[in-house]
Ligand binder design. Structure first.
Ligand code: CTP
Length: 399
């Protein structure tokens, strides 16, 4: 699977101090496998050298409509050949020019000449310039043309002032690009609930029982479900990962917290992806003071099963779709089918943990999607992002 690789991106860079960040943005695009053509305004070239961007993209940077290759009419050709046009950073000036339909520089001419190509604008300017009714009016005009905006973010600005005007973090721009490049929006209007990571079951105020789940698979499912158009809520146990952009986030700790959070959202859910590795046992007794080692000798912990969340949810299932997850080492299909029936799932996704391969903490996974009739689909070894795409694609097609 080549996840959205090979897409052709035009990256427009304009004259904001944040232009120095476009080198890093370009590097992320190249790393994602995009073919990027950079277009710079004259002002942008005062902030970052075209040579820097040419070296990273491996392509000549377009600076002027009428320099070389003019016979190819670059504003038409590049606009038509691209899958998306991203302007980052976008100044108040370029936003105003786009709103007026100006075509006196290569970048504005390209945007004007584009037909169905999505245009994503990441503004960066002083907060007063962003808040000015003239800029806001231009932004509304561009919204009405169907252009997309990401940011700006709040924070300290290059001029020393605080406010809304910073170029939004680059991973957020990348996520918006993936969202727009993902043309399949079969989950548009659907509400998707994803659970992720592990639960922790407290022993005392400083110790707990848990497992190795990192949350990576569930966080990718949440991001990818949004790319398919869904309105996504992610319920996560403790994790090192940052909450995905554009997704509602609910943080929980124990299995019973997770159950409560799911019940709060379940009525308005269409599809539940239960990817969390819920702890199966918890201490029967939770100490409310720290257990001291002196004088304790051998410490015996009595454990009891945690609540079976899917088991309880299954009773209220109705016509909602439940996708469960399991980690199996042997008798994969039989074991999974048994779990599926027991917990009233529609689909079960099995992570391979056989041999020396473990999905725990890894950026890679191999999943098998199993449906009620026993038919199964294997992803092969892929990144967790690709595994999430594989699972959601199957869920959309099978249901
Ligand atoms: N699950 C749950 N509540 C629990 C434990 C698990 O809802 N207390 C969910 C998981 O999120 C997963 C599915 O049930 O979607 C299967 O989890 P798994 O731990 O593999 O299944 P168990 O039935 O607990 O079986 P096992 O003995 O293999 O751990």
């Amino acid at each position: 699977m080549r996840y959205l690789k090979g897409n052709r991106v035009v990256l427009g860079v304009t004259g904001s101090i944040a232009a120095y960040k476009s080198a890093e943005l370009l590097r992320l695009m190249v790393k994602a496998g995009f073919n990027v053509r950079v277009v710079m305004t004259v002002e942008a070239q005062s902030f970052i050298s075209p040579l820097t961007l040419a070296t990273i993209s491996g392509e000549k940077v377009l600076l002027n409509e009428f320099s070389d290759d003019a016979y190819k009419i670059p504003h038409i050709q590049e606009a038509r050949n691209s899958d998306i046009i991203v302007i980052a950073p976008a100044t108040a000036q370029i936003i105003s020019e786009l709103a007026c339909g100006r075509a006196d520089k290569l970048l504005t001419a390209m945007v004007l000449a584009a037909r169905d190509t999505p245009v994503l604008i990441a503004p960066a300017m002083n907060s007063a310039m962003w808040a000015h009714p003239a800029t806001q009016g231009n932004v509304s005009t561009l919204f009405s043309y169907g252009y997309h905006f990401v940011g700006p973010a709040k924070g300290e600005l290059a001029c020393g002032e605080e406010g809304s005007g910073r170029l939004v973090d680059l991973p957020i721009i990348m996520e918006e690009i993936f969202y727009l490049l993902h043309r399949e929006k079969a989950l548009d209007g659907k509400r998707v609930l994803v659970t992720a990571s592990r639960t922790i079951e407290a022993i005392d105020p400083v110790r707990y029982i848990s497992n190795y789940s990192s949350g990576k698979m569930g966080y990718w499912l949440a991001r990818v479900a949004r790319r398919w158009g869904a309105d996504v809520t992610l319920i996560s146990g403790p994790s090192e990962l940052s909450p995905p952009y554009g997704v509602k986030f609910v943080g929980v700790e124990s299995a019973s917290d997770m159950k409560e959070a799911i019940l709060d959202h379940f009525n308005s859910t269409d599809i539940l992806f239960m990817a969390a590795a819920v702890a199966d046992f918890r201490p029967v007794y939770k100490y409310n003071h720290k257990i001291k080692k002196e004088g304790s000798g051998t410490l015996l912990l009595r454990l009891e099963p945690t609540v079976d969340i899917l088991g309880e949810i299954a009773l209220r299932k109705g016509n909602k779709v439940i996708v469960g997850f399991a980690a199996e080492s042997d008798n994969l299909v039989e074991n999974a089918l048994q779990k599926m029936r027991k917990k009233n799932m529609d689909i079960i996704v099995v992570n391979k943990i056989a041999g020396d391969f473990s999905a725990f903490g890894s950026d890679f996974n191999e999943v098998t999607v199993i449906v009620k009739d026993g038919s199964s689909y294997v992803s092969g070894r892929v990144t967790k992002e690709e595994a999430a795409e594989f699972v959601i694609d199957k869920v959309v097609r099978l249901l």
